[in-house]
Design a protein around this ligand. Structure first.
Ligand SMILES: [Zn+2]
Length: 131
């Protein structure tokens, strides 16, 4: 039989954060790998090509921003430039392109093939913004 549920004390003066909470693409990736896919920090760090302490730092900041957005009712945006690295399945050529939401139009610059698996993603700089 479950015990009587005790009252919980909340100091519930929720702040409203002005403006936008801006996530970097790697912060979203960290949230996805750790909190949605349930990877360990070591596994997730390995997948992103960073050290575990670096992954921990990215994840902690991402969770802080997510909490601000939820508690403060703030809008969310993703800012930063992401470079995708493609490898052509047909000829093996590898090249980089700026991130686009659709990869339908991407063709191999060497042979013109359009069957292109994404091999890696990498963030560079803080230009560009999509909401
Ligand atoms: Zn090719």
């Amino acid at each position: 039989m479950p015990g009587r549920r005790r009252c919980r004390r909340l100091y519930a003066e929720f702040p409203a954060y002005p403006g936008l909470v801006e996530f970097t693409p790697e912060e979203l990736e960290a949230l996805k790998l750790a909190d949605i896919e349930g990877l360990t920090q070591v596994e997730a760090a390995d997948k992103m090509g960073v050290s575990q302490p670096t992954f921990h730092r990215i994840l902690r900041e991402a969770r802080r921003k997510a909490s601000m957005a939820i508690v403060g009712g703030t809008s969310v945006a993703v800012c930063g430039e992401v470079i995708r690295i493609f490898t052509c399945e047909n000829c093996g050529y590898t090249w980089k392109e700026p991130f686009k939401l659709s990869i339908k139009d991407v063709v191999c610059p060497r042979c013109g093939s359009s069957i292109l698996p994404v091999t890696r993603r990498r963030r560079r700089g803080r230009r560009g913004c999509w909401k």
